[in-house]
Design a binder for this molecule. Structure first.
Ligand SMILES: [Ca+2]
Ligand SMILES: [Zn+2]
Ligand SMILES: [Zn+2]
Length: 490
């Protein structure tokens, strides 16, 4: 007996007496169609399903005699095992198993917010990858049961090998069932085409069998990066991959879907973005606003990834999910820090709508790739001030070490995982929150009073990196904190 009921603006099919949904649907009609198709007996319970279950449980009066019989059986088995000597063997094997589990989890603790530290669950995993160089970029590998998904493959062409080596620890069938390219910037797509040596291409789209490619509907870029990506995509399609734009997905057009069911209980939605359908050329965020936005769902937990979407795109996204035309976005367990923690993304409007419990940022913290201004380097002080209102669980992949001119792991590869109920987080280097990291708390030499001109732009509050690190002998240099602690984190 199954029950179809509404939950969090979705419709779920649930076995009577069970807590977990068997399957989730976006409409009641879909849920009914599914139950019919499976030949299930079902009730439609509206929102009062709990009462139905409770009533059903009260009925039977056979329970007590049944318990007595069960008790007698257990005593019987116990005595039998005791006299045949099997009991100790069984007890030993049970305790051994417990030891093993404990060993596996012995570092894990549950935080005050219910999130488990230092553990990786099998069912559903999101991996935020380090990319093997000091450049900021994105590559997120997701495993849902046996399904492998890769969102973006930055930061440079040489990241392709780093990504493949990592993904091959998990993806053992050589097939990525889904590949998503959020937008056409080098730090998101370069690893898809990679490098060419002789007749081998290192790019992800050349190295794996690809199921479905979902990518940006629009782009204003026409250069070697975009050409490299389109060639790699064409290659994958010639080998059998399906290709849809996010606009086709959102509209359920041409075979594309706006919801992909990955397992019975895990799915992802291609979220609305105004800039799938309209030019972003005149916005401040430009190309970044074309980003494909997705939400992964596992039971009641949600995970939102918006690529490099900026303030304009975030605002239109939240306007769309207004609770009238479309259901409001749910509270989310995880938000991937938009645009690497830039000052122009992760606006209050977005964060107030999704109230994230955790935030992972993919970047090379403190690198001056995009700016010499200390406060505006990823992850920016203004991003930190905004996310702090929701959570202090902020994790960052990599940082730039000014002293050695090398990139190093901050949290490293960060894995957020779930067993459908609990959520866990673990970094390959450590699982220290950003606010407690040395990177956050150390002071470095910067020139706050003098403007620095790089031949293009004037920067204030400067730090320089990559071999031009300021030190105590730099005129006007002062030791400055990299970041200041927001009140909420004190
Ligand atoms: Ca696979
Ligand atoms: Zn980017
Ligand atoms: Zn970008």
């Amino acid at each position: 007996m199954y029950i179809i009921k509404e939950k969090n603006n979705k419709w779920i099919l649930i076995k009577k007496g069970s807590k977990r949904a068997t399957k989730t649907f976006s409409s009641k009609a879909e849920a009914i169609a599914y139950a019919e198709m499976k030949g299930y007996k079902y009730d439609i319970a509206g929102t009062k399903v709990d009462n139905v279950i409770r009533k059903a449980k009260k009925k039977p009066k056979v329970v007590i005699p049944l318990l007595i019989v069960l008790f007698l059986i257990i005593i019987g088995v116990f005595l039998y095992l005791h006299f045949t000597g099997n009991l100790t063997t069984i007890i030993n094997s049970i305790t051994k198993k417990e030891d093993k589990t404990e060993e596996h989890n012995h570092n894990s603790t549950i935080g005050e917010d219910g999130i488990v530290n230092e553990l990786i669950y099998d069912d559903f995993q999101i991996h935020f990858l380090e990319l093997g160089n000091h450049y900021t970029g994105d590559s997120t590998y997701i495993k849902a049961g046996d399904i492998d998904i890769l969102i973006d493959a930055g930061s440079r062409t040489n990241s392709a090998e780093t990504i493949k080596k990592y993904v091959d620890n998990y993806c053992t069938d050589g097939k990525l069932e889904y590949v998503i390219a959020t937008h056409c910037h080098q730090d998101h797509v370069a690893g898809f085409y990679g490098n060419k040596s002789g007749s081998t291409r290192t790019g992800i789209l050349y190295q794996y069998q690809i199921g479905t490619i979902i990518d940006f509907a629009l782009s204003d870029i026409n250069n070697t990066v975009s050409q490299g990506y389109y060639d790699a995509r064409d290659y994958a399609v010639s080998k059998g991959a399906k290709h849809y734009t996010a606009a086709e997905c959102f509209n359920n057009e041409n075979g594309a879907k706006n919801k992909y069911q990955l397992t019975d209980t895990i799915s992802f939605d291609v979220l609305y973005n105004y800039y799938y359908f309209n030019s972003a050329k005149s916005t401040e965020g430009e190309e970044n606003n074309y980003s494909v936005c997705t939400m992964f769902n596992y039971n009641d937990n949600h995970y939102i990834l918006t690529g490099d979407l900026e303030g304009e795109g975030e605002s239109k996204l939240i306007d769309y999910y207004d609770g009238t035309n479309a259901p409001k976005l749910p509270h989310c367990a995880l938000y991937k820090g938009g645009h690497h923690g830039s000052k122009t993304s992760s606006t209050d409007k977005l964060l107030n709508a999704i109230t994230p419990s955790m935030c992972c940022v993919c970047c090379c913290a403190g690198d001056n790739e995009y700016t010499y201004n200390l406060e505006h380097q990823f992850p920016t002080q203004s991003f930190i001030n905004r996310i702090a209102k929701h959570t202090d669980r902020v994790y960052v992949t990599t940082y730039y070490d000014e002293k050695s001119s090398e990139f190093k792991s901050l949290n490293g590869n960060i894995v957020v995982s779930s067993n459908g109920e609990k959520i866990a987080v673990k970094g390959s280097n450590n699982t220290i929150k950003l606010k407690d990291s040395d990177w956050f708390n150390e002071k470095i030499y910067a020139v706050p009073t003098k403007n620095y001109y790089d031949g293009f732009r004037i920067y204030q509050n400067c730090t320089k990196a990559k071999g031009e690190y300021y030190n105590e002998s730099t005129p006007d240099a002062e030791l400055r904190p990299r970041r200041t602690l927001p009140d909420e984190w004190k």
